[in-house]
Design a protein around this ligand. Structure first.
Ligand SMILES: [Zn+2]
Length: 80
C-alpha cells in the first residue's frame, strides 16, 4: 500500500514538473516579443545625429548635412 502512495506522489510530482516546464516555455516567447517591442525605440535613437562643430545631438530631420557631415542650425557652413 505504501508503494502505491509513493508512486502516486511520484506521478503528481512528475505532473507538476511538466506543468512548470510547459508554463516556462510559454513565457519564453512572451519575453521575445517584449524585447522586439523595445527595438523600434532604440532605432529612433539611431536617427539622432551629432553636429560637427559643437557636438549637439539633434534629430536627423532637423540637422543639415553638408559633404557627409551633420551640422546644427547655428553651425551650418553657409552661415559663416
Ligand atoms: Zn552646432
Amino acid at each position: 500500500m505504501a508503494r502505491i502512495i509513493f508512486f502516486l506522489l511520484l506521478a503528481v510530482l512528475a505532473y507538476m514538473l511538466l506543468k512548470r516546464i510547459a508554463a516556462s516555455s510559454r513565457q519564453a516567447p512572451g519575453e521575445d516579443t517584449s524585447t522586439r517591442e523595445r527595438f523600434p525605440a532604440s532605432a529612433k535613437d539611431e536617427d539622432t545625429v551629432r553636429c560637427e562643430e559643437c557636438g549637439v545631438y539633434m534629430p536627423r530631420s532637423e540637422a543639415l548635412m553638408t559633404q557627409g557631415k551633420f551640422y546644427c542650425d547655428t553651425h551650418r557652413p553657409k552661415a559663416h
